[in-house]
Design a binder for this molecule. Structure first.
Ligand code: GAL
Length: 752
């Protein structure tokens, strides 16, 4: 049967590579490493984007007991950026091109020993023959063996893949298509039996087949009469884990969800229910380590998007970590996954690799119920008929259950996919939110259609930017969202983008960062993120877009838009009720012209949103400049009951700071990490939005700090990640805040 062993610990790493490294190993030239691993720790910004673009060498002593040498032994690499060659005991055993998809390397018997020396030459340069490279791209790809690796020991006849396809999903009695691809390394012509079982659903079905001797053979059958299977949807993401067994030979666990997903010209339907897609584009990069973050951290991103009211993530612009996708399955977050690329299409070989990436992506991710669309175009590339006919064909041949999309940004692009997916940057602040669908497609009829990016570079905002800029970005998000929600022929809207990301100097703010995110790189939200969070129903949100200061805005503080899902908000000034304000558009009056800030159109513009912001008007008159400033308070009501209160001081000062970890436990043994947030607060628990003081971090015990120990807070907060070592015990974190005096706070995380 299958033996799968994680081999992420005890690697050796050297940031250079010579041909002689293949056959020699002087441990003192190497540092210890574990996976996921970055080939280079980077500053958060202002660095050379070629700093990680070099060839490096990874080594590992790999034990494979003699009794296994007669079996089929292979390594499964989940992601190595960008290309690699793999050597076993000095002999080449395989290679891979492309950093975003997984691959297997067979370790042949004639080279295997009980103790083996594995060498991986990792080329993290931007090789123009490999997608996404060949021209400049707006993101960094980083380097290293940045995802996990497993050693697999299986019989010569084993399962290369096991796909389960829910059918008749919406009927009481459902069906399941079973497709097992057999890898038959020695041309056997035996009889094999496939068993599929799930205890909860009381399923235990099997079927026998005769192998035809070919290396790869697909075996298919159908399981009918699946009773009592609950549907997978956004609120109840019911998952079922099946054992797929190739009798006496191999076994795999496959998690699936029963759901029907369909884009039509009238929008997107999940289990025949109309769902307006509201999502964000996610880049998978983090401060310092580039892409090399472990499972828990990858999963957190999905949780953040869900918490902030999104129902979809687009994996822009490449297949992302399996952990991220697993979490999307678990929490009911839809996914639009796409192949690596950015605007550029290369030569015939490049296209062949891109086609391989289509099948690699689908082969890896077929079973995820969260994935509802395959992106089979290079993001924003020009039309290329033959190429895209082919990528669509590959996707459709492999996966008959899902539709394809392909993101373009020019009008009237040839529609070869099932869903016309387009980046629409029409909105520039003073015009409509989106183009009409037919204007985009050039067709005279509606088709399944989704807007996959908007705003982005049109209005980047840093978390510590002036209040006016932050408000304006939020306003633009509201306008586009509202516009998209007003029509059924836009299935969904995916804003650019979730998190600020590091990029090449041709893009970004000159510090190698694109501040297009609704969150910063530490996943800390800007106001614009609350545009989305305030549309959901699960958590009460009341986010007044003001730092509550007389002299912060360019002009008087005449209106305050409060991002909220409350029915109404009471505003108190100096302890007195100032007014009661509704999000119900009809009750809004246009503010007195004299005080209309350039930022605000009438709030009635947002009538298609579930929760338009509540606007507090005539907050101050110009004459108040120089007058005494008072505390204020926002009180949110739902169903006529007070549900939330936010108080703002006239004289904000640093009252306290908090040090909070996302998790209080890590799992010892493998690389695990969690984020710790430092936040400086005023006397009413508000973040001090312009506090840029510094903090000193130390991590002792069975943990290590990822990144710098001296941190500058950015707009009242900052985060860092802490990783475990391999032992169990306490991870002791100490944060000293330097602000005139020093104050230290301590926190313990357990590694169990
Ligand atoms: C798009 C592109 C994204 C990002 C964005 C910035 O054209 O697809 O990757 O660069 O622009 O607005």
């Amino acid at each position: 049967m299958r033996k799968t062993i994680n081999i992420n610990n005890d690697w050796f790493y050297k940031p250079s590579f010579e041909q002689t490294d293949i056959k020699s190993f002087n441990k003192s030239d190497y540092e210890n490493a574990r996976l996921p691993h970055t080939n280079k720790m980077l500053p958060v910004n202002y660095f050379k984007t070629t700093d990680y673009a070099f060839v490096s060498c990874y080594k590992k002593i790999l034990s494979v007991a003699k009794e296994y040498h007669d079996q089929y032994v292979y390594l499964h690499f989940e992601g190595v950026m960008t290309a690699c060659e793999v050597f076993l005991n000095g002999e080449k055993v395989g290679e891979n091109k492309g950093g975003y998809t997984d691959f297997n390397i067979h370790l042949p018997k004639n080279l295997l020993k009980e103790e083996n020396e594995l060498t991986v030459m990792v080329d993290s340069t931007e090789r123009e023959e490999i997608p996404p490279f060949g021209n400049s791209i707006d993101y960094l790809t980083f380097g290293g063996i940045y995802r996990e690796v497993q050693l697999n020991i299986v019989p010569h006849v084993h399962m290369n893949k096991a796909w389960l396809t829910p059918k008749k999903q919406l009927e009481d009695v459902k069906e399941l298509g079973v497709l097992v691809e057999i890898l038959n390394a020695k041309g056997a012509k035996d009889e094999v039996t496939i068993e599929v079982s799930n205890k909860d659903l009381k399923i235990n079905e099997s079927q026998s087949f005769t192998l035809n001797g070919s290396e790869l053979q697909s075996l298919e059958f159908n399981i009918s009469s699946i009773k009592n299977a609950k549907l997978w949807d956004l609120d109840n993401p019911n998952l079922y884990e099946f054992d797929v067994i190739l009798k006496d030979l191999d076994t795999k666990q496959v998690k699936i969800g029963f759901r029907k997903a369909e884009f039509t010209a009238k929008g997107f339907f999940l289990n025949d229910q109309h769902v307006k897609i509201v999502g964000l584009n996610r880049h998978q990069s983090y401060p310092h380590v580039g892409y090399a973050m472990p499972a828990r951290v990858q999963k957190k991103d999905a949780d953040i998007l869900k918490e902030f009211g999104c129902n979809l993530a687009r994996t822009s612009h490449y297949p992302q970590s399996r952990h991220f996708l697993d979490r999307c399955d678990e929490i009911g977050l839809l996914v639009f996954e796409e192949i690596p690329g950015w605007q550029h299409i290369g030569d015939a070989n490049w296209k062949d690799l891109a086609c391989d990436h289509v099948s690699n992506m689908i082969n890896r991710d077929y079973n995820h119920p969260s994935i509802i669309l395959w992106g089979v175009r290079v993001n924003e590339s020009k039309d290329d008929h033959d190429f895209y006919v082919k990528t669509n064909e590959i996707a459709h041949n492999l996966d008959k259950s899902r539709q394809t999309g392909g993101v373009r940004y020019h009008n009237h692009s040839e529609f070869l996919e099932d869903v016309f997916t387009i980046n629409d940057f029409t909105h520039q602040g003073h015009n409509r939110g989106l183009k009409g669908q037919r204007e985009s497609t050039g067709l005279e009829y509606d088709v399944p259609y989704m807007v996959t990016e908007y705003i982005g570079a049109g209005y980047p905002v840093k978390k510590f930017d002036n209040e006016d800029l932050q408000i304006e970005r939020a306003r633009r998000e509201l306008i586009v969202l509202n516009d998209g929600m007003s029509v059924d022929n836009v299935a969904g809207l995916i804003s650019w983008c979730a998190f600020d990301y590091q990029t090449h100097y041709n893009f970004g703010a000159g510090d190698q960062v694109c501040y297009h995110g609704l969150f910063d790189m530490y996943r800390l939200p800007k106001w614009s993120a609350f545009v989305y969070k305030s549309q959901q129903e699960k958590e009460i949100v009341l986010e007044p877009m003001t730092v509550w200061a007389m002299g912060e805005r360019c002009g008087p503080l005449s209106e305050i838009d409060v991002l909220t899902n409350c029915d109404y908000v009471e505003f108190h000034k100096d302890g007195k009720l100032f007014g009661k304000y509704y999000s119900n558009r009809e009750q809004h009056t246009t503010p007195d012209d004299k005080f209309v800030s350039k930022h605000y159109p009438n709030t009635t513009d947002y009538k298609h949103l579930p929760h338009p912001p509540v606007r507090i008007t005539e907050v101050s008159k110009k004459e108040e400049w120089g007058f005494d400033w008072h505390d204020c308070e926002f009180v949110g009501y739902k169903d006529n009951k007070e549900v939330i209160r936010r108080k703002r001081p006239a004289n904000a000062y640093m009252h306290d700071f908090s040090v909070k970890a996302d998790d209080d436990q890590l799992i010892a043994g493998d690389f695990d990490a969690t984020r710790v947030i430092i936040r400086v607060k005023d006397q009413f628990e508000n973040k001090l939005s312009y506090f840029n003081g510094s903090a000193m971090v130390s991590v002792d015990g069975v943990g290590k700090l990822i990144g710098d120990k001296y941190l500058s807070l950015i707009g009242g907060e900052i985060a860092f990640w802490v990783e475990n070592t391999n032992e169990k015990g306490d991870i002791k974190i100490k944060v000293t805040l330097l602000n005139n005096t020093e104050v230290t706070k301590e926190l313990t995380i357990k590694s169990v």
